[in-house]
Design a protein around this ligand. Sequence first.
Ligand SMILES: [Zn+2]
Length: 179
Amino acid sequence: MKQSVSLVALRCPHCDTPITAGSSEYAWKCGQCGQGILLNKEKTLKEIMISYQQPAHEDSPGCPYWVLEVSVQFQGAHLPANRKEELTQFWQNLHKFFIPAFEMGPVERIQRSTALLRTPPIPISVESYQFRPVVLSPRDLPVYVEAVVLQMEAERQDDLKHLIFDLQLSEADLWVLPD
Ligand SMILES: [Zn+2]
């Protein structure tokens, strides 16, 4: 793993242990007490829950994901009449989105998120383990959620030209899944 050039000195808000953080990272696990830590937009540290799902594969760090619940309201006037009911029915329920938080190109990130929206991982909570750097800011999540909704709909039917919708996003949790 390449080391970031500039390092910021941070301390765990729970046990005050220094955390070595790359300049492009947003969340960590304290190496001492295991506390989940988020760098929020005020550049202060906040304690967060990190959920470790399924046992780690030996010798490879886990993959962190931002997990949030999303509801989508389509603006009906712009929907094709034959798809209106289907779209509304599918999206009116809350859906759990898993957006990869580790290093990945945007296209692959959208594809991975779309696949996990269709087939979400089964939650099995386990002990904490090491994971890859969290390089996606939670503030970037709305852009990805929107792209995933469009990707889903484009795959379901390719004649959709314009979709206008409102998104409601829950706060994001951090999940770590095996690689
Ligand atoms: Zn700590």
